[in-house]
Design a protein around this ligand. Structure first.
Ligand SMILES: [Zn+2]
Length: 134
């Protein structure tokens, strides 16, 4: 088994760069369709509901709720093995979009629908959208 202690950094490209730059500035952003009003993450070039192009960016309030989660007890990547056990959560923003994140709370405190607030953290020089109990 090979060891890889390098940070599995997010992919930056012309579609995702505005999202990551906003996080660097302390804002979590999502996209909204100018045609039908649907809002979503992760970033893409067209609305997943009506396929209209040129979605606009909006800044999230930071209010969210916990939809679901799993707790990892095995590190499938060496970077994450250092923090076992940890959770990987589906979080729904108050504005509607969902994203995969982590909730900064003891695993036995996690509850479906618990209120969360945005907690941007830097890891290996990258700003990441995490959440904490509200
Ligand atoms: Zn649309």
């Amino acid at each position: 088994m090979t060891s890889d202690m390098s940070f599995p950094a997010p992919q930056f490209n012309e579609i995702t760069a505005p999202f990551w730059r906003a996080l660097e500035d302390g804002r979590l952003t999502f996209q909204r369709c100018a045609a039908c009003g649907h809002a979503w993450l992760p970033p893409r070039t067209e609305c997943p509901r009506c396929l209209a192009a040129q979605p606009r960016w909006e800044t999230a309030s930071g209010h969210a709720r916990l939809v679901s989660w799993v707790v990892y007890h095995h590190g499938y990547h060496d970077w994450f093995a250092q923090r076992l056990p940890y959770n990987v959560a589906v979080v729904e923003l108050a504005e509607g979009p969902r994203l995969i994140s982590n909730v900064k709370a003891a695993q036995d405190r996690l509850r479906i629908d618990m209120k969360l607030k945005l907690a941007i953290e830097r890891e290996a020089g990258v700003a990441l959208a995490r959440f904490a109990p509200a």
